[in-house]
Design a protein around this ligand. Structure first.
Ligand code: GLC
Length: 632
């Protein structure tokens, strides 16, 4: 070899060493950063450059409490979440949320390939973790409306409020078909009838944007005023034995496909970006370990192309006790087809275990690549690479009057009038606004936390009135609706003598369930806790009364029905209590029809419309109407 050639060779070798060193810290190709390229080309280019550590990092979702810019950078973390009630600080402003999300994002962007992280949160009835957000009725009430256009508007408003805080991903909608009201999450379900749940998937285009006709079935998120959605919990979460949360759904495949699966087909057709797996089991097989349904059915048969996310410690609960054999959990969950794991705390253990199982060929790289490809696809589609950092342009969307008016409309359409007037007497509703003196009573009459229910500010909800600056209790709404000359007396739990001697024209009694979420809401007796029943008896025994039930589901009411002149199911209406008085005083008419069967006794459960033995107190589809005094 001549001298010249040798010199060239030396320079080439030096260059290659330099390039490989640089390569260790720089992307070797920047094609993936070009927004004009097709998403699949960008995914392919990026995936081809990723190390195993970078790939595994994308599959990890951690809770914000264990996140930091350094953690994001050093572990290549792909996602962060707020668990229920996990906030930057109590009553944090939208700006504080934006700053927190951007801090984590800057950590992610400082990695070699600069892959943006995606921040997720449970915005399940408005942006419910956030102080001053508009809190919409829970799904149990929204199903009553049977109004997909309304639900789509709620999705759009929710997306704006979530983006106001810098967050691009909501773990919503829950499309459970609750088949037993003893289930603590029944209020997260739109109905016992899958057709109503299917109708309500219209919230997905509200949250994400309308998927273009030529892209139906593909994940779709239309930019900075929309958020990625999450159809949950796949599949059969609402059909567990006796409504026991996270338990076993025992049903033949035909029944699973008839009742619990249809809304997933609608969600995928509408472009849902992610699907969350259920804690529950199907015929004894944990859904988080169910390859046949997660990969075989959801991904292969339904051709779902977004990413599948686990529930909180969902893979840990594959075993009993949870976390008893974590390597098995990691293997079973990832091989079942879970793409992103909501770890959410012990991310070191998860990363090390998964890496070891890939290096030992227990989990194939093909599976890792499928998971990362799906995650990157969603991130590219939603424009996260082009707009990774949030700004403050939407902060005024949080809790704005337009959204509150929308929530008030939703409350009106979600109420169901179950009784109006005793047999011989004339209907009690609508109530006269002019009366000398009226009584408002009950534990839920002046309690914003009770009327919002679980998943509000705190995971389990927060009774009382200190959970948001704005919002209207039913008592406040009554006072602002009646004639100024009408004296409104409030007594939370009056004794019979107080009622008898009060000279009241009529009474409004508002009672129900305390806030709860998930397993804490499981109930085998479905009774209204005291002093609710006593308040009904003490008041309705002495004066004409309308009882308003605030609950996440049908509850035991038959024993008290006779004493009531009128009965309204208000479910969990959220912050806009004025929607209740709009109907009580006739500004609007009652239109709601039950989306759930109202049982006589819990011994009848489970009992759903269409069952052979069907003997309800109030049947599915029941609801009395009244005319609006304003002609609406
Ligand atoms: C919870 C719920 C799920 C929620 C997730 C994150 O346990 O099962 O609906 O999205 O954890 O908060």
């Amino acid at each position: 070899m001549g001298k010249k050639k040798a010199t060239q060779m030396i320079f080439f070798v030096i260059f290659m060493i330099w390039a490989s060193f640089i390569g260790a810290n720089e992307a070797t190709s920047l094609k993936y950063k070009n927004p004009r390229l097709p998403v699949n080309a960008r995914v392919k280019d990026l995936l081809s450059q990723m190390t195993l550590d970078e790939k595994i990092g994308q599959m990890v979702q951690i809770e914000r409490q264990v996140a930091s810019a350094d953690v994001m950078k050093n572990y290549f973390i792909g996602s962060v979440l707020s668990g229920g009630g996990s906030v930057p600080s109590p009553k944090a402003s939208a700006e504080a949320w934006v700053n927190m999300v951007n801090e984590f994002q800057n950590g992610a962007l400082s990695t070699r390939l600069g892959i943006p992280m995606i921040y997720g949160i449970d915005a399940v009835h408005g942006h419910n973790n956030v102080y001053n957000a508009t809190i919409f009725p829970h799904n149990v009430g929204l199903g009553v409306t049977r109004d997909p256009e309304l639900i789509k508007r709620i999705g759009a408003a929710t997306a704006l409020e979530v983006r106001a805080t810098g967050i691009p991903y909501a773990f919503a909608p829950c499309i459970a078909v609750c088949r037993d009201p003893r289930w603590g999450r029944c209020y997260e379900s739109y109905s016992e009838d899958h057709r109503i749940v299917q109708m309500m998937t219209e919230i997905i285009p509200g949250l994400q944007g309308d998927v273009p006709a030529n892209q139906a079935g593909f994940p779709y998120v239309n930019g900075k005023t929309k958020v990625a959605g999450c159809a949950k919990h796949f599949v059969g979460d609402g059909g567990t034995h006796n409504g026991i949360n996270e338990n076993n759904t025992v049903i033949p495949l035909e029944g699973l496909l008839d009742i619990h699966m249809p809304a997933y087909l609608d969600s995928i057709r509408k472009g849902v970006a992610t699907v969350m797996v259920s804690y529950s089991s199907w015929n004894g097989v944990k859904m988080h370990a169910n390859h046949n349904l997660v990969t075989g059915f959801l991904k292969k048969k339904l051709k779902f192309r977004g990413f599948v996310i686990s529930d909180w410690e969902g893979i840990d609960r594959i075993t009993f006790p949870p976390h008893a054999n974590y390597s098995y959990s990691v293997q079973a969950g990832v091989k079942a087809g879970i793409d992103m794991v909501m770890v959410p705390m012990n991310f070191n253990e998860f990363i090390d275990d998964l890496k070891q199982q890939v290096n030992n060929n227990i989990i194939p790289m093909k599976r890792i690549d499928d998971a990362v490809r799906r995650i990157l696809r969603v991130k590219f589609i939603m424009g996260l690479f082009e707009n990774p950092l949030a700004d403050l342009t939407l902060v005024n969307q949080l809790g704005n009057q337009k959204h509150r008016d929308l929530a008030r409309e939703a409350v009106r359409k979600s109420l169901v009038l179950l009784k109006n007037g005793k047999s011989a007497s004339k209907p009690l509703l609508p109530l006269p606004k002019k009366a000398p003196k009226i009584l408002v009573a009950g534990s839920h009459a002046d309690n914003l936390g009770n009327q919002c229910g679980g998943w509000t500010i705190e995971w389990q909800g927060a009774t009382g009135n200190d959970l948001t600056r704005v919002g209207t209790t039913i008592l406040t709404a009554v006072k602002s609706t009646v004639d100024p000359k009408t004296q409104v007396v409030f007594n939370e739990n009056p004794d019979p003598n107080f009622v008898k001697s009060g000279g009241f024209s009529y009474a409004i009694v508002v009672v129900g369930e305390p806030p709860y979420a998930e397993t804490k809401g499981d109930s085998m007796n479905l009774t209204i806790p005291e002093p609710g029943p006593s308040t009904i008896k003490n008041v309705c025994g002495s004066v004409k009364c309308v009882v308003v039930i605030i609950s996440g589901r049908p509850v035991v009411i038959q024993p008290y029905l006779k004493t009531m002149d009128a009965l309204v199911a208000a479910w969990l209406p959220g912050t806009e209590g004025q929607g209740v008085t709009d109907l009580l005083f006739g500004d609007y008419g009652f239109t709601g029809k039950l989306a759930r069967t109202w049982f006589k006794s819990v011994d009848q459960l489970p009992m759903n419309v269409g069952d052979k033995h069907y003997d309800p107190l109030f049947p599915f589809g029941f609801g009395l109407t009244t005319n609006s005094t304003k002609g609406y």
